[in-house]
Design a binder for this molecule. Structure first.
Ligand code: PLZ
Length: 448
């Protein structure tokens, strides 16, 4: 028995970009060879530099290279990698209670996270939350709860949506390749309707909503729909910010027809856009909000938060799961909510936008392959096209991401057409590091 807890320190990770080997370096190459024998090719990695540790906005790989992380693990470490308060909360909790199964023996952390979600999701109505482990599980449970409440089966989703990789959520996700192709059969009663994609459809919010609603009324019928699920800003599909008025019109139609309006805020929520939830930017008060990713500082946790009467329609024992709302993940989430307040992170997200958005528009003025610049807060993207057209320019995207990786900046891609570069930095990123990442992006464009 040892009486000291060895706490691996991330103190030595300076907040700086540093490339000391080829990318990937020799230790990463060696790990990659082991991986190819043990992990199937179906599980891909964007950049096979194996990460050893991380802090703030910096990732350090096994060869000692340090990358500016412009992806935050797909929008998860929103308040920064190994945030000190999260690490302390997790360390304390892990020594006290790692698991009890809330459906067997309850504990306070789960209740506290549900209270915090009720407080910070849009609307002042009575709300209740169920906790799960992943985004897809939150979507699955959200649909299940909406069906039980309405006594209806139909699930409406939008073009370009991403909701996950489980059976139901594959059916709800737009893009077949790589997410669903050959992985069927898929559950029925999922109906896909047009979204609002201002850059490509040129429609006003009102016209786009009219089109979506007409499509659903004709192809399904409002009275057969349990729910309509939307990402207020679409994530994997390409960071489409819908035209003004689109989402409120959809919500009004849902309310008039007894359809549960669900905001999938798994990528856009938890301070990412400068509001706790992106719904707020559009004046939405969803009947149900789904959270995951940024909620627990890197630990797996997701949540379904909805009007109390919707939640209470499910019978006792109808909702649960062995790991859902794990005590360690809940402790992390409570620390994340506290950090958002005490570190003023909503304002920091807006500050990131005020640096990033003008810089991206400057690049657009210089390079005609940037068709569109869009985003809110710290959730931004550019869409790359062939000059003078809206044809996707996937080759330029691949070159830019590769150049940046070689020069110590990790950028993520997105988009139905595979031509979107997205920016999801941690809100803990310093202005200097952000400017440095933008500088590398400029070099990457110049090198095309
Ligand atoms: N809803 C809006 O963004 C996850 C997927 C990464 P899970 N997005 C990243 C990949 O390639 O698998 C996501 C999302 C929105 C649902 C999900 C699903 O969340 O935690 O990945 O299940």
């Amino acid at each position: 028995m040892t009486d000291t807890i060895v706490k691996p320190s991330t103190d030595s990770i300076t907040q700086e970009r540093r490339i000391v080997t080829a990318i990937p370096g020799p230790k990463s190459e060696a790990l990659h060879r082991r991986r190819l024998a043990a992990v199937p090719a179906g599980v891909n990695s964007a950049l096979p530099a194996y990460i050893e540790s991380a802090h703030g906005a910096i990732l350090r790989d096994v060869d000692g290279n340090q990358f500016i992380d412009m992806g935050a693990g797909i929008g998860v470490t929103t308040i920064g990698h190994t945030d000190d308060a999260v690490v302390a909360a997790v360390a304390e909790q892990v020594a006290k209670l790692t698991h009890a199964a809330f459906t067997i023996s309850p504990y306070e952390g789960y209740v506290r996270v549900a209270e915090l979600l009720a407080e910070h999701t849009p609307g002042t109505h009575a709300k209740k939350s169920v906790l799960q482990n992943s985004g897809a599980e939150a979507v699955e449970n959200g649909v299940k709860i909406a069906r039980k409440y309405t006594g209806r089966n139909g699930v409406a989703v939008l073009d370009h949506a991403y909701h996950g990789r489980t059976s139901l959520t594959m059916a709800m996700t737009f893009k077949a390749m790589p997410y669903a192709l050959g992985f069927g059969p898929f559950p029925g009663d999922v109906y896909r309707a047009p979204n609002s994609y201002p850059y490509r459809d040129g429609l006003s919010g009102a016209d786009a909503a009219k089109r979506t609603i007409a499509y659903l009324e004709k192809s399904v019928g409002a009275s057969d729909l349990a729910c309509l699920i939307v990402e207020p800003i679409q994530g994997e599909g390409g960071f489409q910010v819908p035209a003004e008025g689109f989402l409120p019109a959809l919500q009004a139609w849902c309310t008039a027809n007894g359809i549960v309006f669900i905001a999938d805020e798994i990528q856009s929520g938890m301070a990412r856009t400068g509001a706790y939830f992106a719904s707020e930017h559009f004046g939405l008060v969803p009947d149900m909000v789904l959270s995951a990713k940024g909620i627990a500082g890197g630990l797996p946790l997701s949540a379904i938060t909805a009007r109390a009467e919707i939640m209470d329609a499910s019978h006792p024992g109808g909702l649960g799961g062995t790991f859902g709302g794990n005590p360690v993940a809940c402790a992390a989430a409570i620390a994340v909510f506290e950090q958002i307040e005490s570190e003023g992170l909503l304002a920091k997200a807006a500050g990131i936008h005020s640096i990033l958005a003008p810089a991206l528009r400057d690049l657009q003025a210089k390079y005609d392959i940037i068709g569109d610049v869009r985003g809110i807060g710290a959730m931004n993207a550019i869409e790359l096209v062939l000059p003078g057209t809206q044809e996707p320019n996937t080759a330029a995207l691949a070159s830019i991401v590769a150049y940046a990786a070689q020069h110590g900046v990790l950028f993520l891609t997105a988009g139905t057409y595979g031509n979107v570069l997205r920016f999801l930095p941690s809100l803990a990123i310093s202005d200097e590091l952000l400017r440095e990442a933008i500088g590398v992006l400029g070099e990457a464009f110049a090198a095309l």
